[in-house]
Write a protein that binds this ligand. Structure first.
Ligand SMILES: Nc1nc(=O)c2c([nH]1)NC[C@@H]1CN(c3ccc(C(=O)N[C@@H](CCC(=O)O)C(=O)O)cc3)CN21
Ligand SMILES: CC(C)C(=O)C(=O)O
Ligand SMILES: [Mg+2]
Length: 276
């Protein structure tokens, strides 16, 4: 018998159908407890390759592997009952050919049970996205600022500030939007461009640093919770200061141990009277 929760999960099809009506609420999740905490409040949870920077302290997302994405995808799926779960294809697992992309996507879907995959790229990824969607893999695109291109782009810079950047994003949006993707993450671009892109494609646009003019919004959960504080992009809004909360709790714990206030009576197993 299947779990009763399985039919309540939002599908990529349903996410796309929210375009233009209800703003699509998305956050990243990498672990079971985080997925459990976010699930009821989000329409879509992304197991992002940002996991490499946020949980592993790596300098970029480019050394994240398919095995890492699968392990975190499995962890998130254990904590979810409502949200649609999408897993990032990591750098090097899909760019070589559409066949390589299909093999990587199938591994992710079969080994995690997630609802679809996300991949970065514009015009150059159209064939790949069409190949995957035609074969049963729901695909979310990702255009604009593409973190896996950090080494060729020369850093993380927002787009749409000159005519050639605008033309590039326009082309990528039309290409990816028309390739069968149910949604497209549009990252790091000026508002007029995000608005134009959102109005011009059938896929739902999920913005990060791309203004309120998108069909939905996504942030890295650890950024908005103030857990990850190594850097704060302009687009991040802090809803909590958990790094500070953790620091304070650790300090109080250390103080309690050093002054023998912890463990107290209620944390200690004591000798019980023998049963009658
Ligand atoms: N924790 C975390 N949050 C993210 O949003 C994120 C990751 N990691 N890792 C993968 C990529 C990298 N991202 C980044 C990283 C840095 C900036 C940044 O520093 N941006 C500057 C300059 C933008 C501009 O040129 O206008 C900023 O001030 O926002 C932006 C996006 C987004 N992604
Ligand atoms: C920030 C989102 C869109 C992402 O790709 C990630 O977390 O890896
Ligand atoms: Mg990513």
């Amino acid at each position: 018998m299947s779990k009763p929760s399985s039919q309540k999960r939002l599908t990529p099809f349903r996410i796309q159908s929210m375009k233009g009506s209800t703003p699509i609420v998305c956050l990243t999740a990498y672990t079971t407890p985080m997925a459990r905490a976010l699930d009821a409040h989000c329409d879509l949870l992304l197991v992002g390759d940002s996991v490499g920077m946020v949980l592993y302290g790596l300098p970029s997302t480019t050394s994240v592997t398919l095995d890492m994405m699968i392990a975190h995808g499995q962890a998130v799926m254990r904590g979810v009952s409502r949200a649609c779960v999408i897993v990032d294809l990591p750098f090097g697992s899909y760019q070589e050919s559409k066949e390589q992309a299909f093999r990587s996507a199938v591994r992710i879907m079969q080994e995690t049970g997630c609802d679809g995959v996300k991949l970065e790229g514009g015009e150059e990824m159209v064939e790949t996205i069409a190949f995957l969607t035609a074969r049963g893999v729901p695909v979310c695109g990702h255009i604009g600022l593409m973190p896996q291109q950090v080494h060729t782009a020369g850093g993380y810079r927002s787009l749409g500030h000159n005519e050639s950047e605008i033309a590039r994003v326009r082309r990528d949006a039309r290409a990816v939007g028309g390739s069968g993707a149910f949604a497209v993450v549009i990252e790091g671009m000026v508002e007029p461009l995000a608005r134009e892109v959102t109005a011009s494609i059938h896929a739902a646009t999920i913005g990060i640093g791309a203004s309120p003019a998108c069909d939905g919004q996504i942030l890295v959960a650890e950024d908005m919770l103030g857990v990850f504080i190594d850097f704060k992009p302009k687009f991040v809004k802090r809803y909590a200061d958990l790094a500070q909360t953790i620091e304070e709790a650790a300090s109080t714990y250390a103080d309690d141990v050093r002054n023998r206030r912890f463990p107290a009576k209620e944390h200690t197993f004591d000798l019980r009277p023998p049963p009658p």
